[in-house]
Design a protein around this ligand. Structure first.
Ligand SMILES: Nc1nc2c(c(=O)[nH]1)N[C@H]1C(S)=C(S)[C@@H](COP(=O)(O)OP(=O)(O)OC[C@H]3O[C@@H](n4cnc5c(N)ncnc54)[C@H](O)[C@@H]3O)O[C@H]1N2
Ligand code: MOO
Ligand SMILES: [Mg+2]
Length: 427
């Protein structure tokens, strides 16, 4: 049995990120949100593109107005400069231009006086207060210098990055393709949602939950359905899954029961098993394996050598519904993140919060208790879900958004004691 931290290190070490040449696609900016940028972006544009005004007011020469607090300057207005307009005049001593936010600073002017600090009389403006030199001028290239890196590869594109790319006129982008995650469930007792249940049968809820989690992670779920506890059927589906996916998730069949076949079949398919069980609760039986890398076509003299294809990573998740989800959040999600081309921040983030009530564990395995983070006076507090924390109970997992972690060796967290919490994105 490996510790949770060792399991995480082993898994992340096994993940080979998507290739920045082979595993990319070009998408329109409008559909690029949440995708991972595959190539760094530079722009030939400076930001701002030219000196412009940060205020509605008057563009002036600082030397004309520097004493205005004691002796208001009176300037002749020679031009009106709205945003989007190219100024025609050069501001001479004693002159000013009416200017608006975002408009180009005219030649000769170096400072903007905000409207509230002025008085207008027909064609003249009185400057009632001395500005600071260059005040309210947003200088060309002060936010970004053309030709330098605007965005690095390997970042997730959220609204701010999309705005930057739009401003830089990148209407199409190279992003990593979505990782393919094949999912199947194992068990003679499992039925689909629309099948009538006979005694002993239950619905294969794991497949639906895992598909939702995979989709939320930005990867593409490939649903392979329910497979009976039958070695021949299992071998067939596993061989197919590893041929088509970057990651394979099965649930069930990884414990020590007579019908738990997954590990034996992986061995017969020449997979290398790195993890068979983890010191955690729920989620003790967890199988992690890799398959031999498929042969890539030999490069011809005219074609460049192809990068090596991925060795698919196999997760045999435990069948108990809470165990399947907790192991996904703890181990599969970081693996998908690393695979997807994101260059950092794969590991789960733990918050230190206080617990509302006492939390208990048997102290033998790292224990994950599900519940909800509540904001009390601006401070997070963990509330354990009411009802059973059995890994067979999926009902009270609904409406939770966090997992409290009790380390090995600790059996009790007191009310108001600090506890580490893994915040879940479904909250
Ligand atoms: N003698 C031992 N028995 C068990 C051990 C052990 O160490 N020694 N470990 C227990 C733990 S912990 C877990 S977790 C489970 C893991 O079992 P498997 O991964 O082999 O899963 P199954 O036996 O196939 O099913 C377990 C449980 O989960 C239900 N299940 C399975 N698949 C689904 C699905 N797709 N959707 C909803 N529910 C599912 C299944 O009906 C069983 O109730 O083993 C313990 N036993
Ligand atoms: O890992 Mo199991 O989930 O403790 O029941
Ligand atoms: Mg079993």
């Amino acid at each position: 049995m490996v510790s949770v931290s060792d399991a995480q290190a082993i898994i992340l070490n096994l993940v080979q990120p998507l290739d920045h040449q082979r595993d990319t696609e070009v998408v329109d900016l409008l559909v690029a949100d949440s995708r991972i940028l595959a190539v760094p972006v530079t722009s030939p544009l400076d930001f701002p593109h030219w000196d412009n005004s940060a205020m509605d007011g008057y563009a002036v020469r600082y030397e004309d107005v520097q004493h205005s607090s004691v002796n208001p300057a009176v300037l002749e207005i020679v031009e009106d400069i709205p945003a989007g307009y190219q100024p025609k005049s050069t501001i001479q001593p004693g002159q000013a231009a009416r200017i608006f936010t975002g408009a180009v600073i005219p030649a000769g002017a170096d400072t903007v006086v905000m409207q509230e600090k002025t008085r207008r009389e027909e064609n003249r403006v009185f400057i009632l207060d001395a500005p600071k030199p260059q005040e309210f001028v947003r200088h060309k290239a002060s936010f970004y210098q053309s030709g330098t890196q605007l965005l690095p590869a390997g970042i997730k594109l959220n609204a701010p990055e999309i705005a930057v790319l739009a401003a830089a006129q990148c209407s199409q982008l190279s992003v990593y393709r979505r990782p393919c995650v094949a999912i199947f469930s194992t068990g003679d007792e499992l039925m689909t949602v629309d099948q009538p249940l006979q005694p002993g049968q239950i619905v294969d809820s794991n497949q639906y939950a895992l598909a939702a989690l995979v989709k939320q992670s930005g990867a593409e779920p490939i649903l392979l359905g329910i497979v009976k506890d039958d070695p021949i059927a299992l071998e067939k589906v596993i061989a197919h899954a590893v041929a088509i996916a970057d990651i394979v998730l099965s649930s069930g069949g990884v414990s020590v029961g007579d019908y738990d076949y997954i590990d034996k079949i992986l061995e017969s398919l020449k997979a290398k098993i790195y993890i068979r069980s983890v010191e955690m609760r729920p989620g003790k039986p967890l199988t992690v394996a890799t398959f031999p890398t498929p042969h890539s076509p030999l490069p011809t003299p005219s074609s460049p050598p192809l990068p090596t294809p991925h060795s698919p990573l196999y997760f045999g998740l435990p069948g108990n519904p809470a165990a399947a989800l907790v192991t996904f959040w703890r181990f599969v999600l970081p693996a998908i993140k690393k695979l997807s081309g994101i260059t950092e921040g794969w590991e789960p983030v733990f918050l230190k919060v206080r617990s509302h009530h006492e939390l208990r564990s048997n102290g033998k395995r790292e224990t994950y208790l599900w519940g909800k983070l509540h904001l009390i006076d601006g401070v997070y507090e963990f509330h354990q879900a009411d009802g059973s924390q059995s890994s067979g109970n999926l009902i009270n997992l609904a409406q939770t958004n966090a997992l409290a972690v009790i380390p090995v060796g600790k059996t009790l967290i007191y009310p108001q004691e600090e506890v580490q919490v893994l915040q879940l994105s479904n909250g």
